[in-house]
Design a protein around this ligand. Structure first.
Ligand code: NAD
Ligand code: DAU
Length: 333
């Protein structure tokens, strides 16, 4: 199995999940180690004989052509993933999310692959008003940020390679994840670590934007079901049945860390801020028997506890010190 972007948040949880569940699988993790990729995320599996790390770009033709030769399954997590960064500068988003995905598809086209699974997002569907029904697999694409537009482009390419070349593809469009190893620029990682540092938390606008939260291990399980039992050419929507406003998430984190509401700071809103996401995951539930296992309370508790217990991990990221590992890793490998 070739996992791309396996040194990031969801990818590293997925690599760990697969190595544990399928001890006879061999997993290659191809990751460029951008600011978001961190080999510390996989320290506990780096010596596993069935795991190999390759540093590289999914848009690198020669490298990817070489790697896919012996691969049965590709799971493509590699992406620029942060909406705020895409608003500041979207070039890297086009490079990785569009050109990189296209390069993987090209390499996969002629190698007799069993499955090309593309990990996508609910953001390709745009956003919802308070009374709109949740997104499902038939919702028309309407991305609104450079990030979601680049993910939408990649999804279209994946479907085109299924229709045109019979590449055995599947796509999952998932809602917001949270849990261990999430980079401390996203809502949970940033707010929990800010509070542990005694800093305030920056809530954008009125804080009433809604996301459908899913604990990361549940997302890993959904992808496992899709790559093993899902039908090629199909898209599966994955969600948490857990719509919460940002202010609800913020208050839950404050409660778990025993902090008061004076730690909230309302700041300028994100431009073009999507108001609400929600996912109807009845297809994957009906066809593959998947549904979220982790309740909101349980997932939030586990997440906060993980950040409390792994202070070195996030402090080295926030101080920029983690970049020193990159230099060492680059030379070593
Ligand atoms: P992340 O930013 O934490 O990790 C991305 C990883 O990709 C990093 O390790 C990075 O080094 C690597 N990468 C970036 N550019 C690369 C390139 N050109 N070649 C190889 N590797 C490269 O992201 P994440 O939150 O773990 O998201 C993973 C995937 O899941 C993304 O495709 C994202 O769109 C999708 N997704 C994320 C969420 C979420 O809530 N985080 C929800 C739904 C879907
Ligand atoms: O819906 C799936 C998507 O979820 C993924 O495709 C993206 O990769 C992932 O980054 C995430 O996008 P969001 O923009 O929803 O996540 P983020 O954690 O950046 O923000 C969640 C909400 O919290 C959003 O409404 C913005 C708000 N927010 C975020 C930050 C970082 C704040 O109010 N303050 C903040 O400082």
């Amino acid at each position: 199995m070739l996992v791309t972007g396996g040194a990031g948040f969801i990818g590293s949880n997925f690599v760990r999940y697969i190595l544990k569940k399928y001890p006879d699988y061999q997993v290659i993790n191809l990751d460029l180690l951008t600011y978001a990729g961190n080999l510390e995320n996989l320290k506990d599996v780096e010596k596993n004989l069935n795991y190999k790390f390759v540093k590289g770009d999914i848009a690198d033709k020669n490298l990817v052509n070489e790697l896919v030769k012996d691969i049965d399954i590709i799971v493509n997590f590699a992406a620029e993933s942060h909406v705020d960064r895409s608003i500041l500068d979207s070039a890297a988003f086009i490079h990785t999310n569009v050109i990189g995905t296209h390069n993987l598809l090209e390499a996969a086209k002629n190698n007799g692959l069993k499955r090309f699974h593309h990990v996508s997002t609910d953001e390709v569907y745009g956003h919802l008003g308070p009374k709109n029904p949740p997104f499902n697999e038939k919702t028309p694409y309407a991305p609104r940020s450079p990030y979601s537009a680049s993910k939408a482009a990649a999804d279209h390419l994946v479907n085109a390679y299924f229709n045109t070349y019979n590449l055995p593809t599947t796509i999952s469009n998932c809602s917001n994840n949270y849990g261990p190893y999430q980079f401390p620029e996203k809502l949970h990682g940033l707010f929990i670590t800010n509070l542990l540092e005694g800093k305030k938390v920056p809530v954008y606008g009125d804080g009433m934007q809604i996301r459908d939260w899913l604990f990361v291990e549940d997302h890993c399980e959904a992808i496992d079901r899709i790559i093993h039992d899902g039908k090629t050419g199909e898209t599966y929507c994955v969600g948490g049945d857990c719509e919460k406003s940002n202010i609800e998430i913020t208050k839950k984190i404050l409660e778990l860390l025993e902090k008061g509401e004076e730690m909230i700071e309302y700041v300028k809103d994100r431009p073009g801020h999507d108001r609400r996401y929600a996912i109807d995951f009845s297809k994957i539930k009906r066809e593959l028997g998947w549904q979220p296992r982790t309740s909101f309370d349980e997932g939030m508790k586990k997440t906060v506890e993980w950040y409390k217990a792994n202070e070195n991990w996030w402090r080295e990221i926030k101080s920029g010190e983690y970049l020193k590992y990159y230099e060492k890793q680059y030379i070593k490998r």
